[in-house]
Design a protein around this ligand. Sequence first.
Ligand code: GLN
Length: 306
Amino acid sequence: MQQIIDDIAAQMASKTDKGKVASYIPQLAQVAPEQFAITVALPDGAIYSAGCAKTLFSIQSISKVFTLTLALGKLGERLWNRVGREPSGDPFNSIVQLEHENGKPRNPFINAGAITVADIILQGHQPKETLAEILQFMRFVANDDTISIDEKVARSELETGDRNASLAHFMASFGHFENPVDSVLGTYFHHCSIAMNTIQLATAGLFLANDGVNPTTGYRVVSPKRAKRINSLMLMCGHYDGSGEFAFRVGLPGKSGVGGGIMAVAPGKASIAVWAPGLDPIGNSKLGTQALELLARKTGWSVFGQ
Ligand code: GLN
């Protein structure tokens, strides 16, 4: 495994087209594009890394997997009254479907869906309390108490978050929100601004690769059925309007973020985190996707077969 990922890291280092770092969040635009990291965490506790696997980056939309897990824990199946579970085929910050579908987002991973999930988790609490709960959950699944929120990124998102504010107000206009829009948005921006490295992120995803139990701690996080369903949502919706392409090329449930991270799950086999800040035009990590494509090919881990 070490040889496989060393080889992948070397191949990625030699690529000249590394994509473009996200610029609509000014703080993310400052990240150096040539960085690359990959970590593979196995259910037996073995962890393999290559590249800058200890460098923290903004996990952005990858956080939506964990807020969805928390929201399912609170609401169970009733969550699906508020959010759909179909791929959107539209960009992550699109507003068009929302009007046709009466303010009910297509799935929990597009921005509108994740903003709705933030409303669900808030349950009348102050954003500060809910963020503490989200952080505590991230630390629990990653088995690392140092994980925290990058306040500079959160502020940067807030200052330039007109599109997300539009989505939130539009949904609120249908009477769907239970909390003030500003509290929901503040919660959303802050959980997107959690900073992690690939070792922490691969560890955090292990429960999804291991029928709901995090083998690092031995704790059950979700039931096997719930783990399976979160994986299926990641496969169908985890890369927005690039989800079909990611399934075609990589064949693993995965969730991307505009910070350039991707968390992917090979059920029963491994949890993988990659980070390469340059994005493709859809907003998914360009080299991160290529690295996962190579890894899936070399390991035969695609859920669709060899
Ligand atoms: N926080 C980002 C946003 O709201 C998340 C988007 C992403 O990672 N795709 O735009």
